[in-house]
Design a protein around this ligand. Structure first.
Ligand code: ATP
Ligand code: MG
Length: 481
């Protein structure tokens, strides 16, 4: 159990219970005291507004032994006055405040002169109440024809005190029970709060250690539930980001390895042919010399092509390549590419045909680059078809798209390779492609160009049966240019 959160909760609960109880207790005790006080004065006023009683007292005041007589009259009213409880006494005082008669229980104790007695000595009714005093009293001047006295009732407030003491005990008991309940409640509350937090902490430790699969289960709709879901989303996001990063890092390494390998091969052969020529010291005949030099030139050309292709790709990646978007005839480009490749196709004894399925309108795009894409499609078909094969170019327009299909009956592409042929340096049969001068960059460059035109490729192939590749371009060109 997390101690600090738990301790905090317990302390908060305890303070809460204590303060609520203290406030309730204080109000309750004060209320009881005030109630008693007003009850007492209410009662006294009711009793002494009885004309009969006052008249009786007045006439008694004139007789002989007046104080004793008056005390007797009051005794007759002891029920109404509430003086039979033992906490309340009545007295008859002289007009100067000295005690003359009273309840038996009052004994011989001396009476202190209270403000109310002073008021009565002054000839007025003393009904003043003092919340702070430990007694409450009423003093009334009663004057007959000859004698004048003071009727004095005093209550010791013992009832209020004992009631308040009892109340205090009850409140203390309630506080103890409340504290026990609050400790148990904080334990439960802390548990419901801390368990999901602890799960979250564990999961974030895992994430920090690189394990993004950690998911926290908390279907609650409260703040911690929301936090948990946010955390899960974040972990998922991080995981996919890391995956992408790892993938791109792997691609980068592969790419660098591929580039190094592709460049090392021609360099090695250039070097060995050049060395042989240098070491021969004229021992090699002219024909062989020419052969060697032609290999050196071919390999240099190959290197130049690779470097050129790589430069173009890196400019695509950096976005620093400018396209020259203009309106041009796609139909004418297809025808031009066909004518340009016809010679090479004939050299390989291919049957090479071109057919337009429909008339085409002009399209917007970079003509040179689109032709580069078409050339690569056709030259691939020528390269990857055994001599004497059949290559068919068809083109047409379909709605707001123009298309060109190159179909061959060549070596074909295995199913598992088909989705990779647009990747950089990807070649199905490395030895064969190299032999035919392929570097595996042609289609990746074509892909970048076609993507910039908002176009797409469709490829179908069967190993050993042939390949069909279709280029589709929107007539409008890229919408954002
Ligand atoms: N018509 C096709 N028939 C069979 N395989 C093909 C065909 N077109 C492409 N391929 C396969 O796809 C790979 C990638 O083609 P891509 O044009 O990118 O490279 P390349 O032709 O080998 O080299 P480059 O075009 O740079 O000279 C080729 O190496 C080849 O294995
Ligand atoms: Mg190619």
């Amino acid at each position: 159990m997390n101690k600090s959160l738990y301790t905090k909760l317990v302390i908060i609960m305890l303070v809460l219970i204590l303060s609520i109880m203290a406030v309730v207790g204080a109000f309750l005790m004060r209320g009881v005291r005030n109630f008693y006080l007003s009850e007492f004065y209410e009662q006294m006023r009711t009793v002494f507004s009885n004309i009969e009683l006052v008249d009786d007292l007045r006439s008694a005041a004139d007789g002989e032994d007046a104080p004793e007589l008056m005390a007797q009259i009051l005794r007759a009213y002891s029920g109404e006055l509430g003086v039979n409880s033992g906490k309340r006494s009545y007295y008859i005082l002289s007009s100067t405040g000295s005690r003359l008669a009273g309840s038996e229980r009052a004994g011989s104790e001396t009476l202190s002169i209270t403000p109310n007695i002073l008021t009565a000595i002054g000839g007025h009714e003393g009904y003043a109440s003092d919340v702070g005093a430990d007694y409450m009293d009423v003093a009334l001047p009663i004057s007959g024809e000859t004698g004048s006295y003071i009727v004095y009732i005093i209550d010791s407030k013992d009832d209020v005190r004992s009631l308040n003491d009892r109340l205090f005990e009850i409140i203390v008991d309630a506080i103890v029970v409340g504290l026990v309940i609050s400790v148990i409640l904080s334990l439960l509350l802390a548990k419901t709060l801390i368990t999901p937090i602890r799960n979250l902490t564990k999961a974030s430790e895992k994430v920090a250690a690189g394990d993004f699969s950690a998911k926290v289960d908390n279907p609650a709709g409260d703040e911690i539930g929301i936090l948990t879901r946010t955390f899960n989303n974040m972990a998922g996001q991080l995981e996919s980001n890391m995956d992408t990063l790892k993938k791109s890092e792997m691609m980068r390494r592969n790419f660098v390895a591929n580039v190094s390998h592709e460049l090392r091969t021609p360099i090695t052969s250039i070097r060995s042919y050049a060395e042989t020529l240098a070491d021969s010291q004229g021992m090699v005949d002219e024909e062989t010399q020419r052969q060697f030099l032609s290999v050196i030139v071919n390999e240099s050309d190959r290197m130049a092509k690779i470097v050129q292709d790589l430069l173009m790709l890196s400019r695509f990646d950096a976005g620093s390549i400018d396209f020259d978007f203009q309106s041009f005839s796609f139909e004418k480009s297809v025808k031009d590419v066909y004518s340009a490749q016809l010679l090479e196709a004939q050299r390989r004894h291919h049957e090479f045909s071109l057919e337009f399925k429909s008339s085409m309108c002009d399209i917007r795009g970079d003509r040179t680059r689109i032709e580069q894409v078409l050339i690569n499609m056709v030259s691939n078909a020528i390269k990857y078809t055994h001599d004497g094969g059949r290559i068919r170019m068809t083109a047409g327009q379909d709605g707001d798209e123009v298309w060109c299909t190159v179909r061959d009956n060549g070596v074909g592409i295995p199913k598992e390779d088909l989705e990779h042929i647009f990747e950089r340096f990807y070649r199905v049969d490395k030895a064969r492609s190299r032999e035919s001068g392929g570097t595996g960059l042609g289609l990746s460059i074509a892909y970048e160009i076609v993507e910039r035109h908002n176009g797409r490729f469709e490829t179908r192939s069967q190993k050993g049966r042939g390949t069909t590749i279709t280029l589709m371009l929107p007539v409008e060109g890229p919408s954002n240019e």
